[in-house]
Design a protein around this ligand. Structure first.
Ligand code: EPU
Length: 339
């Protein structure tokens, strides 16, 4: 097991931040991660597991061990007439899994096309987009206890998924290495095109009976038109979560801003798009030094090339402060901020 020293993490985070890992290793098998747990972790003050590095902001150099998950592969574990169980190892690129499923006409994750990151990171924050979340097709996952090296299976209920939430971001934070994730997908896919932009895109292409490939293509087109490609402009997607507020607060804001978009939730609360709040606070398309908010989607904070992690974090705090001053709503980062 090679442990590298003082390695730049620039290629390993989609913000493109040139922070350095004091120690760095790659794991490509279960044996490798078990070796790290049993023989290495004890020697480092702290550790950080990364997949695609697409949801982290590295504020500074990391003075611990960075473990890059490169355990890949996709397998069918069970098949019935209507459903198929697809197991993917956690270092697999998420979109590779989506492509595999679309190719085989296994339906359920096509709306999540092109989300950056790896399969292992997906359940951590219950990734979601265009009317779907992974909890909708999640079956179970295998995780390895980072203290003991023992394996444990988590069912959907045990993961306690919520909006961009799971037990791995709360009670069990930092305690497990997610090794594989199994999805239950449909061999007779039901198309989910309730999200307005998908319908619009399909209509423009004159597609009236879409396949899951059509849906996947439409989602990719929408994402490419709205969200910056991290290969061209460093970013980690939505920087904040969409806040869920009491109905009275939403209605109070709407008196002054009748055009405010809102989604009424089953629990009576109202979800307000953080991108809209940030745009109203004047940040959309604004450049601040080496960072700023994207011109097409204010919720995405970008690195124009040379930003440090701290510069981006300071900018995010300024955005958070101004939204709070204008609306009384405190935005919560969706990105995992490593300080
Ligand atoms: N909006 C604005 N100004 C902006 C951005 C958005 O007014 O600058 C308004 C839009 O007009 C729309 C509403 O806000 O009425 C929602 O915008 P959008 O459809 O772009 O979605 P979002 O709520 O901003 C969420 C996810 C995205 C996901 C999209 C599509 C979160 C934090 N973000 O964004 O996920 O792709 O929905 O489903 O829930 C990510 O997590 O990294 C991510 C990109």
């Amino acid at each position: 097991m090679a442990i590298l020293e003082y390695l730049s993490l620039k290629p390993y985070n989609t913000f493109g931040i040139d922070a350095c890992a004091h120690y760095f290793c790659r794991v490509q098998s279960k044996e490798a991660i078990l070796h790290v747990i049993q023989h290495e972790l004890q020697y480092y003050p702290k550790f950080l597991i990364i997949g695609g590095g697409s949801n982290i902001l590295l504020c500074d150099d990391y003075d611990g061990l960075v473990i890059k998950n490169e355990i890949t592969g996709i397998e069918i574990t069970k098949e019935e007439e209507d459903f198929v169980w697809v197991k993917s190892y956690s270092g697999t690129v998420w979109h590779e899994l989506v492509r595999y499923c679309v190719l085989h006409n296994y339906g359920g994750i096509e709306n999540l096309s092109l989300i950056p990151g790896t399969v292992g990171a997906a359940p951590m924050q219950n990734i979601g987009a265009y009317g779907a979340e992974i909890k909708d097709t999640f079956d179970e996952l295998e995780a390895i206890d980072l203290q003991t090296g023992t394996s444990r299976t988590f069912t959907k209920e045990e993961c306690r998924f919520g909006y961009r939430e799971s037990i791995f971001k709360r009670e069990e934070k930092g305690k497990f290495f997610i090794y594989s994730v199994t999805f239950r997908l449909s061999k007779k896919p039901l198309i989910n095109i309730a999200y307005g932009d998908i319908q619009k895109t399909l209509l423009e292409k004159n597609i009236s009976i879409p396949t899951i490939k059509d849906v996947s293509d439409a989602v990719m087109e929408i994402r490419k038109s709205k969200l910056p490609d991290p290969k061209e402009l460093g970013n980690a997607g939505s920087f904040f979560k969409n806040p869920e507020v009491e109905k009275s607060i939403a209605e109070h804001i709407q008196l002054e801003f009748p055009a405010m978009p809102r989604y009424d939730l089953p629990d009576g609360k109202v979800k307000i798009p953080a991108g809209w709040l940030i745009e109203q606070a004047g940040w959309k398309g604004k450049l601040v030094g080496n960072t700023g908010n994207h011109a097409k989607q204010a919720l995405v904070i970008v690195n124009y090339g040379k930003a440090s992690g701290n510069e981006i974090w300071q900018h995010a705090l300024n955005v958070q402060k101004s939204v709070f001053e204008k609306f009384g709503i405190r935005l919560e980062p969706e990105v995992n901020v490593i300080r």
